[in-house]
Design a protein around this ligand. Structure first.
Ligand code: ATP
Ligand code: MG
Length: 405
């Protein structure tokens, strides 16, 4: 029986490189292989040390190829970092055909116009998301091809990246001999794995809390309306605990995972936690005793900073408290106990942890795999295909240097 070719996703995270290999089945994605290895040479989501990252990617691929007996030839990968940003733009052209029917060439020209923006020479447009076409002043049109009119306008959201970081990332990947099928911004990839079309239609924000970044992707009426990455994440909480309690990073990480809770109801004692009169936490093997109050102060202060950034961005796009489908949290950092309750109170919107669809056979709902899973899904999504069809020749010219997928 014919089986579809396996597809590979590589998420180059700041703390972990995650690789998933899957095959598209009628029922959804069948995950064939999964691995993660610690990442070095990535800072705040950006590839800083090309050779180090290339070594790590190679190690992750070797692990998969040996364990699961695959040959990985090409991959979908993420790009992350605070250099990613979105920018609304628009284009306007006169319809060229004598019969006034809008042609592919008109659509390509109007998209090209949207890219005529003042962008620093070391920045480039990575993606274009059409919001609506306007024909002779009539808006809300999604498919203009073949419709008649004189004036064609389009409103889009551009996603821009700092070229040197994109180059570092592609150099690291290409040096392993792997071809690149596509490069997708992390928050967008995560949104493919975590959001439903209904949520996107209603209005929703995806928040991906990683180790050193927090990504945000906001949707309304099915369209991406904002994308931002903040250079702060869950590793900042670990570092603060290490400094505040004067302990090693490993112990701080253990404390964060075992003893931190942001939920008022869930603040009951966990296994191994000794309660004394003033809520002291004791880790005898590390000769460490500290008060729950101090730990709370450390964690609340940093998590508050993360959500302040999200709130500020939502305010900037006038969506504060105005997203009916609320906030969906993902990324390893969202595993902090009670974070959904905290976010609900802080952002004043419904907040929940992401849940991957039933058709995904990842054994557990491991939220640190949302970007990798979304990268797999991106190869399949109609929305992505439609966007690509409309790219025009100006965008992703960078990717022409990649070998064909
Ligand atoms: N149970 C848990 N409770 C709290 N935090 C956790 C838990 N499990 C993992 N984390 C945190 O999640 C972070 C890693 O998440 P993730 O794998 O999504 O990051 P990343 O993709 O490597 O980083 P980035 O997206 O910023 O580049 C680490 O900082 C880790 O401490
Ligand atoms: Mg990540």
């Amino acid at each position: 029986m014919f089986k579809a070719k396996p597809i590979t996703a590589i998420d180059i995270g700041t703390s972990l490189i995650k690789v998933l290999v899957a095959r598209k089945e009628k029922e959804g994605l069948e995950i064939l292989a999964k691995t993660q290895i610690p990442s070095f040479g990535v800072r705040k989501g950006e590839v800083i040390k090309i050779n180090k990252v290339a070594e790590n990617i190679q190690a992750a691929i070797d692990k998969i190829e040996k364990e699961f007996n695959f040959k990985i030839k090409s991959c979908f990968c993420n790009i992350n970092g605070a250099h990613l940003h979105s920018l609304p733009s628009q284009g306007l052209v006169s319809v060229s055909r004598a019969d006034r029917k809008i042609s592919e060439e008109d659509i390509e020209r109007v998209f090209r116009q949207t890219q005529a923006i003042n962008l620093a020479s070391n920045k480039e447009i990575l993606d274009i998301f059409p919001k609506e076409f306007i024909i002779d002043g009539e808006g809300g049109i999604k498919e203009p091809l073949g419709l008649s009119g004189v004036r064609l306008e389009v409103k889009v959201l551009l996603i821009c990246a700092f070229s040197p970081f994109l180059e570092n990332l592609t150099k690291a990947l290409l040096s392993t001999g792997i071809q690149i099928a596509d490069v997708i911004p992390s928050p967008l990839a995560s949104s493919f794995a975590c959001l439903t079309p209904e949520q996107k239609e209603l209005g929703v924000a995806l928040v991906d809390i990683g180790a050193e970044t927090t990504g945000l992707a906001v949707f309304e009426e099915g369209d991406l309306i904002d994308l931002a990455v903040f250079p702060i994440g869950s590793a900042n909480i670990t570092n603060d605990i290490a400094l505040g309690l004067r302990t090693e990073i490993d112990t701080a990480e253990q404390i964060k995972k075992e003893f931190c809770s942001l939920s008022k109801e869930k603040r009951k004692l966990k296994k191994g936690m000794k309660k004394e009169k003033r809520e002291k936490i004791e880790i005898p093997e590390k000769f460490l005793v500290f008060s729950k109050k101090i730990l709370d102060e450390i964690v609340y202060s940093r998590i508050g900073e993360i959500f302040d950034q999200i709130q500020k961005e939502l305010k900037k796009i006038s969506k504060q408290e105005l997203l009916p489908a609320g906030v969906v949290l993902t990324g390893g950092g969202s595993l902090l106990s009670g974070i959904d309750d905290y976010a609900k109170e802080k952002i004043k919107l419904p907040c929940r942890l992401a849940k991957f669809g039933n058709n995904i056979n990842l054994e557990e709902n491991d939220l640190s795999f949302s970007t990798a899973l979304g990268l797999l899904k991106s190869s399949d999504l109609n929305e992505k295909k439609d966007i690509k069809k409309n790219f025009g020749s100006g965008v992703k010219k960078f990717f022409k240097i990649f070998l064909p997928y």
